[in-house]
Design a protein around this ligand. Sequence first.
Ligand SMILES: [Zn+2]
Length: 252
Amino acid sequence: MADSFVVHGRDGGGPFLLVSDHAGQAIPPDLAGLGLSEAERARHIGWDIGIDGMGRALAELLPAVLIEQIYSRLVIDCNRAPGHPTSIVRVSDETPVPGNHDLSDQQVAWRQQVILHPYHARIARALDERQAQNRPTVLVALHSFTPSMRGKARPWQAGILHNRDSRLAQIMLDLLRAEGLTVGDNEPYALTDTSDYTVPLHAEKRGLPYLEIEIRQDLIATPAGQAEWAQRLARLLPAAWQQFCHVYGEQP
Ligand SMILES: [Zn+2]
């Protein structure tokens, strides 16, 4: 099988490395669509709707490198530690996933080895290279969230998730709110060691500043919406970094 990730954009010398854990919809042919209809696979349970187009546009505008997972989160969730109870979900938002039931250890290990590990190894390599050059680095994890969950509408247009290091998150929250947006502070999800994998593994362990950004899916469902959010973030991310350096000093 080919690589489980694609690399977009280019290194423009700035501090940002962009990653998208849930940008893809692919399912390995042998898994027969996990027993789901195309319509179910296209729902938010399969991927972060709109984040592929938004992330690629953002990578072009900054410019920055974007590492994107191409496989559906239903095959294996790349923002969960291997072996986590929701790494390979049996039910997602009330939809049973038949292809994820009764998996052997071997089947689980294959998904980890072919999809999860190569993606994270590629991110680690990009960070190693930057660290070897002593370059300041900000990991930016891009996600999108469904506008309503279990019948409950979500009021936020975007969310900033953070855990131990909230410095850059706080600056970005303020900048987004100054645009007149309703922005969740650790909403619709809070960043934790167990509910997340990418930021704890790659940013917090290395002591790198980071942002985990969630955008509501209806706002980036079209190319126009994706371009609008990419332009907003291409403006605000460098502004946030400038403020961060001013307050805390530039850190590799
Ligand atoms: Zn996501």
